[in-house]
Design a protein around this ligand. Structure first.
Ligand SMILES: [Fe+2]
Ligand SMILES: [Fe+2]
Length: 172
């Protein structure tokens, strides 16, 4: 995990953004917040991208923002009974892209990766290699989060990132 500095340089402005930080209060799977989920997906996508020729910066930034829909989807589902194509799984990629575009300058590849990450629930397939990598990283991390009953923070990527962020800013 020595590549942390490179990873963090690509996504630091997003990770430290106050709106991105609010995702700590929204749960994604089990005890994992959207913030933790996004960081894990971004780091996984970063490691997958390192082994290939691709736009690493785009992969990290898109992965950080792929679930940037900014609500608790468990509560939202309970409040308003959503059906069919209005369900969270079908709509949140578009909401994430809209929110991300409001706050950050995004490249075409970043936009595509955010918008298509729920394929095939969203019908059009990813256009770029970077989008497929974000898609794959999201699937891998989501499976792990869903089937690991209680993910302890100690010794995990979440704890690692938190420690690295603290250390990075202390040494500045
Ligand atoms: Fe998603
Ligand atoms: Fe996700």
């Amino acid at each position: 995990m020595n590549d942390f500095k490179e990873f963090y340089e690509y996504g630091k402005d997003i990770i430290l953004h106050e709106t991105f930080q609010t995702q700590k209060k929204f749960i994604q799977h089990g005890s994992i917040s959207i913030y933790d989920h996004a960081i894990s997906v971004a780091y996984k996508a970063f490691t997958l991208c390192k082994k290939r020729r691709c736009d690493i910066k785009a992969v990290v930034r898109a992965a950080l923002l792929h679930d940037f829909f900014l609500y608790d989807w468990h509560l939202e589902g309970r409040r308003v009974k959503k059906r069919g194509f209005n369900k969270h799984g079908f709509t949140h990629a578009r909401k994430a892209l809209k929110n991300a575009e409001d706050l950050f300058d995004l490249t075409e590849r970043e936009k595509d990766a955010i918008l298509k990450h729920m394929f095939p629930l969203n019908l059009s397939p990813p256009k770029y290699k970077e989008s497929w990598i974000v898609h794959l990283a999201d699937d891998m991390i989501s499976l792990k989060e869903t089937f690991t009953k209680k993910i302890k923070k100690t010794g995990t990527i979440h704890q690692f990132i938190e420690n690295q962020v603290a250390r990075y800013h202390k040494n500045k």
